[in-house]
Design a protein. Structure first.
Length: 101
């Protein structure tokens, strides 16, 4: 799936089948359900979930908490606007199907 297909799918009532939990969280977030996206990743204990979790807290405006999760993800808070970071994450999780759950 391409980023364009992913973005087009946002008009559908449910995420496309076969997405990883990380991509699903980003899909749910893009549809305006921050809480739903957060619920998908908050109990997962891997670097990828921590990375999405960090983005979500940055989007929320909780920089301290976001930085904690970036650290857990072994990432640095990017010097990108939120939409660019969202796209970067989506592209990563669409290409990296080894992280499907």
């Amino acid at each position: 799936m391409t980023i364009e297909e992913f973005t087009t799918s946002l008009s559908q009532p449910a995420p496309p089948p076969g997405l990883s939990v990380y991509a699903r969280a980003l899909w749910v977030d893009a549809r305006g359900d921050w809480q739903g996206a957060h619920a998908l990743v908050q109990e997962l204990n891997d670097d990828q979930a921590a990375w999405v979790h960090a983005y979500l807290h940055r989007k929320e405006g909780d920089t301290w908490n976001a930085d904690y999760w970036y650290s857990r993800a072994k990432q640095k808070r990017p010097d990108l606007k939120l939409p660019a970071e969202w796209e970067q994450l989506v592209v990563y999780f669409l290409k990296d199907n080894s992280h499907s759950r």
